[in-house]
Design a binder for this molecule. Structure first.
Ligand code: AVJ
Length: 325
């Protein structure tokens, strides 16, 4: 029996019904859109893992290198006897840099992810790798509220870990609301360790979201495949094209699936029409200045304590404490 079978799981996996509702209401809009969280089914999560290893995709390796270079300062910011709650833990790759250093000082590690199998596999790996650490996975959509497990040992503080600059997937108002909920989860005296991608030369950004191997395209198009499988949809994958464009005014990369022809698509018992060139917006990826992020964090009740970056200022890791309610 593998440890996957024995690790207790809090399971709040969203139902297929909410996927269907979000797709149907998103495709009925003037500007068609589907929330980016649905990119991460099992196959999507695997494709994203491949993206993180691509030469053009600088965020993951840059964040990992900052983590390695600054691990002493990061560990002392997190402190002793903290409970580490990771949002969107995925394969928990970067987390090992943190845990290699902190595992004995933490009271527990709670990985939270929407992709159940991916979560369980990663949590079992962490559990096996750090025998002294209590690992309690939670399968949930972390953008809605979810319960935290009771741990054996009591924590001095809760630190939310939110790497990868996934905060950039939210529009500003939603990002602030989400940060505010993280502040509530962390509670008084709590902290937030967050990866924040920075503004940079648009050429670097365009390349990162339009890789030569086409893995990002495959990741984006996988959403159509998922709708076909889970929602009885009839998307023709060859009739849509991946597009990722830099929007200088908004300061974000927008990912779209662009219809190559005028066509009708059925999703369950609903039909949607597409003009040639019409797109489904599938993801925002905002890039921040440090000032801009500090303002958003302050609005959500956090105070930035530390900002660590690489020598090209591509990416940042920031530590914030809960300043107010
Ligand atoms: C994991 C959401 C931060 O926005 O860069 C990678 C996802 N999308 N390539 C990002 C993603 C296209 C990624 N995040």
């Amino acid at each position: 029996m593998s440890s996957t079978d024995t690790l207790p799981l809090i399971d709040c996996h969203p139902s297929t019904g909410s996927f269907r509702d979000d797709v149907v209401s998103g495709l009925a809009r003037d500007r068609k859109q589907i929330p980016s969280k649905y990119l991460y089914d099992a196959r999507g999560s695997k494709l994203f893992d491949r993206i993180t290893g691509l030469e053009e995709y600088y965020p993951t390796r840059t964040e990992a290198s900052i983590m390695r270079a600054e691990i002493d300062a990061i560990a002392s910011a997190v402190g002793d006897d903290a409970l580490l709650v990771e949002y969107g833990s995925g394969s928990s790759d970067k987390t090992t840099i943190l845990l290699d250093r902190l595992a004995d000082d933490l009271v527990g590690y709670v990985p939270v992810d929407i992709s159940r199998d991916h979560l369980l596999e990663a949590a079992a790996g962490i559990d096996a790798g750090y025998p002294s650490l209590e690992v309690r996975p939670v399968c949930a959509d972390y953008t809605s509220s979810f319960p935290l497990p009771d741990l054996v040992e009591e924590a001095m503080r809760t630190v939310v870990y939110f790497p990868g600059s996934t905060i950039g997937n939210f529009e500003e108002g939603d990002a602030v609301a989400f940060l505010r909920r993280m502040a509530r989860t962390a509670g008084p005296g709590g902290g937030l360790l967050i990866g924040v991608d920075l503004r940079k030369d648009p050429a670097i950004l365009r390349a990162a979201y339009n890789d030569r191997e086409g893995v990002t395209a495959e990741f984006n198009l996988n959403l159509l495949r998922r709708m076909n499988r889970e929602l009885d949809a009839t998307f023709d994958l060859d009739a849509f094209r991946h597009e990722a464009v830099w929007q200088p005014d908004a300061g974000c990369i927008e990912m779209h699936l662009v219809s190559q022809t005028s066509q009708h698509v059925v999703v369950g018992d609903q039909m949607f029409s597409f003009d040639e060139g019409e797109s489904i917006h599938t993801e925002y990826s905002f890039k921040f200045t440090s000032d801009q992020f500090a303002r958003m964090a302050a609005e959500a009740g956090f105070r930035i304590e530390d900002v660590w970056t690489d020598d090209q200022d591509l990416f940042s890791i920031q530590y914030a404490t809960v300043a107010a309610w």
